[in-house]
Design a protein around this ligand. Structure first.
Ligand code: NAD
Length: 366
């Protein structure tokens, strides 16, 4: 294998997009991937969004039972066990997961141990529905893995289900998708296909986010963000992640920082650190954001920060709960996990400085 060798693995997945598909296409999708009875996973908060999909399943004569609503962040092992027990007791072949990454993650935990197909109906831009990555948390320790069995067999992107996402959550979740795109550009399995996905994903996020912040009911912009969500997650799933994701994984697990917001704050700092050592990736970020109206195509970090300014995106890890006193420990822990494939060598002092700037909300520097 030479340095220019790359491998792209395409996993089979049905992806249906458009207003109303979460109920109009759901019964067909359930039938296509295994049929009833189904277990519907949805948190209490998203339960109103699940009414039309539940009605559509019942109208089609599919046994939906009671929705499983014990959805919590980071998939606690006890919730996974409880959901598996219900699925087994009811002889479920298909799990319908309607919600954000936490909801999809719970469905993935079932598919990891039991032979069920997942139909995912995402309501945020986290993108878990398009990756083979799973995570389960036990005793405050989140274990992650990669397994094709957890990939949803079918995904229904219905922009109408995202109209209730407040502007703040739309920004953090959308910039989490941006992190999937950018970190995939130097991922260990980066390929022509993953980079094409990421490049278009960055452009679509740049085009969709500001209109959604200006008018949360802009259905076309919401749909654009869902296109971007899929491209971002598929790029990340295929290419693997770089230093950005390992830093966020370590910080999120150790200091219990909110997932999407953490990604949003760290991303410009990692881009600034890596850009000069990854000129092709930086150029793609710059030109994609320029196509969306940010920057002139010559400065990736400047363009990303222009987007953050336009969105009023928060910039400080301190505001998310990371204390200055934690910086030494955080830098040491993150260094242990930085992948060898990172385009630029990293020292503990580099990470300490990067995290200190992010903690204080200072501008990123190389
Ligand atoms: P989440 O699922 O926890 O949802 C965040 C909040 O948004 C919740 O309070 C939820 O009730 C609310 N919400 C969801 N949809 C809404 C809507 N349409 N309107 C209003 N409120 C809504 O958070 P998330 O950011 O979607 O996902 C984060 C989780 O997903 C983390 O555990 C992360 O590790 C995981 N994740 C996994 C992958 C993967 O590939 N496996 C990828 C991304 C994220």
């Amino acid at each position: 294998m030479t340095e220019s060798t790359s491998t792209f693995v395409a996993y089979p997945q049905r992806v249906i997009s458009g207003p109303g598909v979460s109920h109009a296409a759901l019964a067909n999708e359930v039938a296509a991937v295994g049929g009833g009875p189904v277990l519907v996973i949805v948190s209490d908060r998203e339960l109103p969004l699940a009414q039309a999909p539940l009605d559509a399943l019942r109208d089609a004569g599919i046994d939906v039972g009671e929705p499983f609503t014990d959805v919590r962040p980071h998939v606690p092992a006890d919730a996974a066990e409880a959901a598996r027990a219900v699925a087994r007791e009811r002889g479920v072949r298909v799990v319908v997961a309607l919600g954000g990454g936490s909801t999809t993650g719970l469905a993935k935990a079932i598919a990891l141990t039991d032979d069920v197909a997942i139909v995912a109906i995402p309501t945020t831009y986290a993108g878990s529905e398009a990756t083979v990555v799973w995570g389960i948390t036990e005793n405050q320790n989140k274990v992650n893995g990669s397994d094709p069995r957890v990939l949803p067999a079918s995904v229904l992107y219905d922009p109408e289900l995202t109209l209730t996402l407040p502007a703040g959550l739309s920004v953090t979740s959308g910039l989490n998708a941006m992190a999937h795109c950018i970190d995939s550009l130097w991922g260990p399995n980066e390929s022509m296909v993953s980079t094409a996905y990421a490049t278009e994903g960055i452009r679509a996020l740049g085009q969709g986010l500001a209109p959604v912040v200006a008018d949360g009911s802009d259905l076309a912009a919401r749909a654009r963000l869902q296109d971007a969500t899929y491209l971002a997650a598929a790029a990340f799933s295929a290419a693997g992640s770089g230093m950005h994701h390992t830093i966020c994984h370590v910080l999120g697990g150790r200091y219990d920082l909110e997932h999407a917001a953490l990604h949003m704050v760290v991303l410009p700092h990692v881009l600034a650190f890596n850009a000069a050592a990854a000129p092709a990736a930086a150029s793609r970020v710059a030109t994609s954001l320029a196509a969306a109206g940010y920057g002139d195509g010559s400065d990736a970090v400047g363009a990303l920060l222009a987007l953050y300014d336009a969105l009023g995106a928060p910039r400080s890890l301190g505001d998310l709960g990371l204390a200055e006193a934690d910086l030494d420990e955080a830098a040491g822990l993150a260094l242990e996990k930085v992948p060898a494939s990172n385009p630029r060598p990293v020292t503990v002092a580099d990470l300490r400085a990067l995290l200190a700037r992010a903690q204080a909300g200072d501008a990123p520097t190389a």
